[in-house]
Design a protein around this ligand. Structure first.
Ligand SMILES: [Zn+2]
Length: 164
């Protein structure tokens, strides 16, 4: 009985993405690979997709080179459980746009900076997920890959730090 209660408490506290090695390492990969963006104030974003049985993949949006935002046009992959995106180093918190998109899509949107990871969640206030330092080389086992360009019923998403 005590074990069951303890398990319940841990599952409530554990972050759905950062509670897994894959989630942590994919986030590290996106941030490390695009570390210049945290200074240049461009952003890169990726879908975290559960391909079944908790097997996670990280699919990177094509680069748009926009100031303080990243935009995706295309089909949101089946099994998407979260969006991760880099933020400028001095803007660690989700923007209002991030919070709107998290509510609209019903999935958390994580903001990655060298010293903190935060998230916008569909039904909660923005929260701190982890403190850094996060800028470290990732493991070869977990590499984000570019998303395919098929687009049968396009959706437009914007992840940003500018709040627009
Ligand atoms: Zn953002």
């Amino acid at each position: 009985m005590e074990i069951a209660v303890l398990t319940l408490v841990l599952s409530l506290v554990r972050d759905p993405l950062f509670g897994s090695e894959a989630g942590v390492m994919f986030s590290r990969d996106l941030l490390w690979t695009n570390r210049i963006s945290t200074i240049e104030r461009t952003e890169r974003a990726a879908f975290i997709v559960d391909e079944g049985g908790g097997n996670l993949q990280c699919l990177v949006w094509p680069a748009t080179y926009q100031h303080a935002r990243a935009t995706f046009r295309g089909v949101i992959p089946r099994g998407t459980i979260a969006i991760i995106h880099t933020h400028p180093a001095n803007a660690p918190w989700p923007s209002e746009n991030d919070e709107r998109e998290a509510r609209r899509l019903g999935i958390p949107i994580y903001a990655l900076t060298p010293l903190a990871i935060t998230k916008a969640a569909p039904a909660k206030d923005a929260q701190l997920v982890e403190r850094g330092p996060w800028l470290a080389p990732p493991s070869d086992r977990y590499r984000c890959k570019p998303i395919g360009s098929e687009s049968a019923s396009p959706a437009t998403l914007t992840a940003s730090s500018s709040g627009e």
